[in-house]
Design a protein around this ligand. Structure first.
Ligand SMILES: *[C@@H]1O[C@H](CO)[C@@H](O)[C@H](O)[C@H]1NC(C)=O
Ligand SMILES: *[C@@H]1O[C@H](CO)[C@@H](O)[C@H](O)[C@H]1NC(C)=O
Ligand SMILES: *[C@@H]1O[C@H](CO)[C@@H](O)[C@H](O)[C@H]1NC(C)=O
Ligand SMILES: *[C@@H]1O[C@H](CO)[C@@H](O)[C@H](O)[C@H]1NC(C)=O
Ligand SMILES: *[C@@H]1O[C@H](CO)[C@@H](O)[C@H](O)[C@H]1NC(C)=O
Ligand SMILES: *[C@@H]1O[C@H](CO)[C@@H](O)[C@H](O)[C@H]1NC(C)=O
Length: 635
């Protein structure tokens, strides 16, 4: 009797503990799912982009009241996370999930304090409805009459979106948190270009109503005419609204521009800049720390460049060195085909054979090189689906082969493909992460009232990969090395200049001069860069800070582990978690160091060989279901 009773009690305790365990884990999973679903609903156009068509008749809400909705939702999720999920009952992998989820929600909840700052200014020379009207037709399916009905609905809702943006601008004037002239002075010209280049039926929004529609057999002619008439009327209203937007900017908003370049000229602006840095870096760093890191890095890279230039017998400045190269035909290509072939060969012959010494368990996801359909960025990476059915694609600019200088190619290739973004995203796609972490969408102008997208991790890795290229001896000549330093110093200068503008009260001229002193870029290109930093405070700092953090963690691991340090294991610990905040990465690597030490101590005690990887957080299992739409541009 007694022993039966005891047994039942043990069983009950066991059941309860089991029940609690799985309830924390399943509650975490449920909350993450709810959040992911809600994010997609909030970004209907983006949801279309990733091939989910359930919100194709809806558009993103730009109304000021949307902030409150966002805050309430995230606050509620965060409360339920705190209340219903017991951190200590989670498995190692789930703890990381918790940390990232908590960071995502907390970022938005805390960001709400800043909703009346940059976020009130949704249009500038890099973002807004005037930037790319070909985007919506490009992402939309046009296979059925329903597809056309949805699309026209979206066109009809677009003027309201623009009105809501103007509503935010009005509020920005009221609060005294408007842009500086450099952020918006180009916008009326951008709008004017659309208005003068197109009429209603040639406007990009109308294009799907032409050939594409006429070829569709399943729609009657009278229905086609009906769709065209309605689309025409919707496009006319959009054109009208864009014209009103232009007048509004010129006649109202431009009368209230801020005069200080930096956001620290706003009330409480110094704290706002701190919040922006925190959002972009996913680390708590002061502007002074970021600035000083930048100065150190610029000095270090600059002296490396001088060493190489001396070796190459070049006496002049960095700029003169690159100018000489640009005019030397032996560093240029004759055709776009040659450029594509160069990259393909470099992947096959130079990079791939060296990967296994630095990485383990690499998924076999192929990468292809293609010409970029549009002139513009020098290269961009477009990830394939995680099942490998389509390769990742590295698109290279082939439009001006006689201006494409070979010496920057290796660094760019490493950054975008292997061991940069392609390798990073291929590995991340094999980790079973919650869906919301595969959706990277949002607007830079909203920051820090915006869902995090962890640029410092993503781009930090790609810059670290450029560095790793030196160890891997991928830069075969001193010229290739100069190409690498040329792109690296640009990222280092950004730390100095961004903080210079928003914290140290630098003038635009001083910022331009600083970058002219250390980089090879033209004054025209630098001026556009500077205007971007003024518009997106803190954003440009993410790349270098991310790289420095990964290097710092590696150094720490090497110091603590000594001969037990294994570069392949270290890289796995950084990559097999997917995109996340750097402060969480730091925790993960620290944990990995401790585990590696313990394992080493144990195996020396028991003398048993242990080949299995017991890192539980590297949950190396089934492929993610949702297609990751990931386009990374060299920015
Ligand atoms: C959740 O995030 C907040 C804000 O970063 C932090 O203060 C808190 O300690 C985190 N909670 C847990 C359980 O880690
Ligand atoms: C914005 O302000 C202008 C000028 O004060 C006003 O005419 C307009 O109605 C306002 N628009 C919105 C959407 O609030
Ligand atoms: C728009 O421009 C095209 C090409 O210039 C022209 O064929 C068409 O008639 C114009 N449509 C309208 C409505 O003016
Ligand atoms: C490259 O070629 C184009 C067209 O052939 C020419 O206009 C341009 O000046 C050339 N650029 C350089 C740097 O030689
Ligand atoms: C920048 O200027 C503001 C206002 O003029 C001033 O309060 C602040 O101390 C200055 N910052 C620095 C770092 O000099
Ligand atoms: C640029 O270089 C010149 C010459 O060395 C120097 O006098 C100037 O202070 C530098 N400018 C900046 C902003 O660092």
């Amino acid at each position: 009797m007694e022993s039966w009773w005891k047994c039942a009690l043990v069983g009950l305790v066991f059941l309860i503990r089991q029940g609690l365990c799985s309830s924390s884990a399943s509650e975490l999973a449920a909350l993450q799912k709810e959040y992911g679903e809600w994010r997609l609903q909030r970004s209907p156009e983006y949801t279309t982009t990733i091939g989910l068509y359930k919100y194709n008749d809806q558009v993103e809400n730009y109304a000021y009241s949307g902030f409150e909705e966002e805050y309430n939702k995230c606050f509620s999720l965060l409360s339920r996370l705190k209340q219903n999920v017991n951190y200590n009952q989670l498995e190692a992998k789930e703890k990381i999930d918790y940390d990232v989820f908590n960071d995502s929600l907390s970022t938005i909840v805390q960001g709400n304090d800043w909703k009346d700052y940059n976020a009130l200014n949704p249009i500038h020379f890099l973002e807004g409805p005037q930037i790319d009207p070909t985007y919506l037709p490009k992402i939309t399916p046009f296979d059925t009459v329903g597809d056309y009905e949805n699309y026209i609905r979206r066109l009809e809702l677009h003027p309201t979106q623009i009105d809501d943006m103007i509503g935010r601008f009005n509020k920005s004037i009221e609060k005294g948190h408007t842009y500086h002239r450099v952020s918006v002075s180009r916008v009326p010209g951008q709008i004017e270009k659309l208005l003068t280049s197109y009429n209603t039926t040639t406007f990009p929004y109308y294009k799907p109503l032409l050939d594409q529609l006429s070829k569709l057999q399943t729609i009657t002619d009278s229905k086609k005419t009906n769709l065209q008439e309605r689309a025409k009327s919707a496009v006319e209203k959009i054109i009208q609204k864009l014209s009103e937007l232009k007048q509004y900017l010129e006649n109202v908003y431009f009368n209230h521009l801020r005069t200080g370049l930096g956001v620290n000229s706003w009330d409480n602006g110094a704290a706002f800049y701190r919040a922006c840095l925190r959002w972009h870096l996913s680390l708590d760093m002061t502007p002074e720390e970021v600035h000083n890191k930048g100065l150190q890095e610029v000095e270090r890279i600059s002296s490396e460049m001088k060493k190489v230039m001396t070796k190459l017998n070049h006496q002049g400045s960095v700029k003169e060195f690159f100018d000489n190269i640009r005019s030397d035909p032996s560093f240029l290509f004759q055709s776009g085909d040659e450029i594509v072939q160069w990259y393909k060969n470099a992947i096959k012959n130079d990079i791939e054979p060296k990967l296994s010494a630095y990485f383990k368990d690499l998924p076999n996801l192929p990468v292809d090189v293609e010409p970029n359909p549009n002139d513009g960025v020098s290269g961009q990476y477009i990830a394939g689906p995680p099942d490998g059915s389509r390769p990742g694609v590295f698109q290279v600019n082939v439009h001006r082969p006689n201006e494409s200088v070979k010496i920057g190619f290796m660094a760019l290739l490493i950054h975008e493909t292997l061991p940069g973004h392609h390798l990073q995203i291929s590995v991340a796609s094999t980790v079973k992460n919650p869906d919301f972490r595969k959706y990277m969408t949002g607007h830079f102008f909203n920051i820090p009232m915006e869902a995090a997208f962890y640029t410092s991790y993503v781009e930090g890795w790609a810059l670290y990969a450029e560095y790793l290229g030196e160890e891997m001896k991928l830069y075969k000549t001193d010229y290739d090395l100069m190409g690498r330093y040329g792109s690296e110093i640009f990222r280092a200068c950004r730390l100095v200049v961004d903080t210079g503008l928003h914290h140290y009260n630098w003038t635009r001229e001083k910022a331009i001069e600083y970058m002219l002193n250390y980089t090879a870029s033209s004054e025209k290109k630098i001026a556009i860069e500077i205007d971007r930093y003024i518009t997106w405070p803190g954003q440009a700092c993410a790349y270098k800070i991310g790289e420095l953090k990964i290097k710092e963690l590696r150094k720490k691991a090497e110091d603590e582990l000594g001969s037990k340090f294994d570069i392949r294991e270290f890289h796995a610990s950084v990559l097999k978690v997917g995109s996340l905040p750097l402060h969480v990465l730091e925790k993960i690597v620290n944990q990995w160091i401790v585990e590696t030490k313990n394992k080493a101590a144990e195996s020396s005690k028991t003398c048993t060989s242990n080949g299995a990887n017991t890192n539980t957080y590297t949950n190396w299992i089934s492929l993610a279901v949702i297609t990751l739409t990931f386009i990374l541009q060299q920015t």
